[in-house]
Every structure is written in structure tokens, then in C-alpha cells.
Design a binder for this molecule. Structure first.
Ligand SMILES: [Zn+2]
Length: 349
């Protein structure tokens, strides 16, 4: 129900977005044709070939086939289904709804009971703060991934070294009856050594050395273990772990600072001309009159929509200028740093 109602609600937006993508593609093809002299490609992409192909297979998908109402209905249904699928490429919420539907259908089966719990992850989408947390991971993915890679390399080196030097210190309860460690340690092969190092090395508070059997002073591996345990703790448990957490915490702080900056900018300066509230106080001009009357955001917005919808042959000189600027993406027509109430419209830096 949610999927269908969301689809019906946003159908017009989807249609618009898909048409936009299509026209962009078509323009690209047209430009390609103009530059390279290959007009035929653009023509073929016009859609005629597809209809012919469908006819060959016994379907009549023509828009105006009057001979059969059923075929017309089938055409409409086919078009709707095509748009439904295409909408997944333009709208994230539609895709999410579809995935949610599929997961919940699977969850209602006997094998998918766990998926009922997994569906609760959807709160990330419902609560804005949580989606911001997730976006931090997305924004810093390269930094986080490279730190994790370095983590992996360091752990591999540690595992390799412990495998060739003191693999017998990795006792486990099946081999040694008197072993009373908290962890099960395995190091018969390099892979076992690596998995143990990754799992235990990170979880044990004092690094891998905490979980390994402690060598005695006169043991030949004592000095090796002394250096190894200390370096493992320093490099992996302290430095690398903190680099990893530091990236996340720093980006939280950055994001909060940026949001505060934006909020101050929105509250303390005019959206149209960008002049600060304090300037109005210094020049003894009314701030409220300025933002609600002189530079009213909604008036500007409605003017832009009005100009966009008007045909250029009916536009006055000013409207035509703004229309041209709009089509080119230029914002020179905004009175940036200027306002009639202050210094009679002279530019304020
Ligand atoms: Zn203003």
C-alpha cells in the first residue's frame, strides 16, 4: 500500500525526472550528431525501431491502435510498469519502499524471521539525526577505508611475526589442559593466526600480549615478546584505533560547526542581498521591513516562476533579461550587496 500510494503521489515528479533524463540523453545524442555527423543514431533512438520490433513479435504496442481495446489497455499497463521500474533510478524513497516491501515479504516466510528485526533499521530514514550520522561515514569513506586497510596490514604483519616466532604461546584449552586464559587462541596455520590476531588483538584491552601466555624471564622468546607486545599495544590499540575514532569524531564536530554557521547565515543576513542584520542596525534601517517587504523571498520566488512560465515574446525588457539569466544559470539580476534602504542602493562590501 505504501509503495503504491507513494508511487501515485509522486508519479508526476517521476514522469518529469524521467523525461528530463531522456531529453538530456537526446540532447547529448543530438550534439554528438552535430559534431560527428552521425544523425542516424539520434533517429534510431527516437523509438520507432522498438515499435517495429514489438510488432514482429506479435505485440501491437502502438499508441493509437484502435482495432483492439484490450491491446490499448495492455499498452497502458506496460507503459505504467516501465515507468514504475524506471522510477527506481530517479527516486531513492521509491527504491527504499520497494526494497522494504521485498524484505517484508521474505520476512513473512518461515526462513526469514530475522529479517523482521532487520526491518527496524528503517528508523535511520525516519530520524533525521541518524541519517546525518550515516552521511558522516559516507563523506569520509576514503579516509576510513584507508585507515582500515592500514589496520589490516599491521594486523597481518603482527600475525605473520607471531606465527614464525612464538606460535606456541598461542595455547588453547583443547591442546593444553592447564591453560586458563580467557580467550581461545589458535595458531596452527597462518590463517588461524591472522583470525585470532584480528579478533583477540583488538578486543583484548592490552592488545594481543594480554591474551597470549606470558613467557618467563629466562625464556628465549622473552625479549621478542616484550618488544612485540608493547609495539602491538602502542601501534594498533592506541594509535590506529584513535586515528579511526578521531576521523569520525572530528567529522561530527565539523558537521555541527558547519550547521551552526549555516543557521547563523540564514538568521542574520538577508537571503536576497546577503547584507548582515548588524549593517541595518548601524545604518538605522528597519531589518524586518527589509526582509518582509523590500527583499521578500517569496516575492522573488513567485517572480522567477512567473518569468519562467511566460513566453519570451510576451516578456518586458526586464523580464526578458531575467529569463535569459535564468536559462544560463547566471544570478547577476539579484541585488547582491545592494539595497535601496542603505546608502540609496550603493554596493556594500
Ligand atoms: Zn536584502
Amino acid at each position: 500500500m505504501v509503495v503504491i500510494s507513494y508511487y501515485i503521489n509522486s508519479r508526476a515528479t517521476f514522469k518529469n525526472d524521467i523525461a528530463k533524463i531522456k531529453s538530456n540523453k537526446f540532447n547529448a545524442i543530438k550534439e554528438y550528431g552535430l559534431n560527428k555527423g552521425s544523425q542516424g543514431y539520434g533517429k534510431r533512438k527516437g523509438g520507432k525501431v522498438n515499435f517495429e520490433l514489438a510488432n514482429n513479435f506479435g505485440f501491437s504496442l502502438k499508441k493509437n491502435s484502435k482495432d483492439n481495446t484490450l491491446r490499448q489497455v495492455a499498452y497502458l499497463v506496460w507503459k505504467e510498469v516501465k515507468m514504475f521500474v524506471k522510477a527506481t533510478t530517479v527516486d531513492r524513497n521509491h527504491t527504499r519502499n520497494l526494497i522494504y516491501l521485498m524484505v517484508s515479504v521474505y520476512a513473512s516466510s518461515e526462513n526469514g524471521m530475522l529479517f523482521n528485526a532487520l526491518l527496524l533499521i528503517d528508523i535511520i530514514n525516519k530520524i533525521k539525526t541518524l541519517s546525518q550520522v550515516l552521511s558522516i561515514f559516507n563523506e569520509n569513506k576514503i579516509a576510513l577505508a584507508s585507515t582500515l586497510l592500514l589496520f589490516g596490514v599491521m594486523l597481518y604483519i603482527a600475525a605473520f611475526y607471531s606465527f614464525i616466532t612464538f606460535r606456541h604461546d598461542f595455547g588453547n584449552s583443547t591442546q593444553e589442559e592447564d591453560y586458563d586464559g580467557d580467550f581461545q587462541m589458535y595458531c596452527r596455520t597462518l590463517v588461524e593466526c591472522l583470525t585470532t590476531t584480528i579478533n583477540i588483538g583488538i578486543r583484548a584491552g592490552g592488545g594481543l600480549g594480554d591474551a597470549l601466555g606470558q613467557p618467563e624471564m629466562n625464556s628465549p622468546t622473552y625479549s621478542n615478546r616484550y618488544v612485540f607486545d608493547f609495539l602491538f599495544f602502542m601501534l594498533i590499540n592506541i594509535i590506529l584505533m584513535n586515528i579511526f575514532f578521531g576521523i569520525i569524531i572530528d567529522s561530527f564536530a565539523d558537521k555541527r560547526a558547519h550547521e551552526a554557521e549555516v543557521e547563523i547565515e540564514v538568521q542574520d543576513s538577508c537571503f536576497i542581498c546577503g547584507i548582515q542584520k548588524s549593517t541595518f542596525e548601524i545604518e538605522n534601517a528597519s531589518w524586518k521591513t527589509h526582509i518582509f517587504c523590500d527583499h521578500n523571498l517569496h516575492s522573488y520566488m513567485s517572480f522567477l516562476i512567473y518569468v519562467k512560465c511566460k513566453s519570451s515574446s510576451e516578456c518586458t525588457g526586464i523580464e526578458k533579461y531575467v529569463k535569459q539569466c535564468l536559462s544560463r544559470g547566471i544570478i547577476d539580476y539579484f541585488p547582491i550587496g545592494k539595497c535601496l534602504a542603505i546608502r540609496n542602493g550603493a554596493s556594500i562590501e
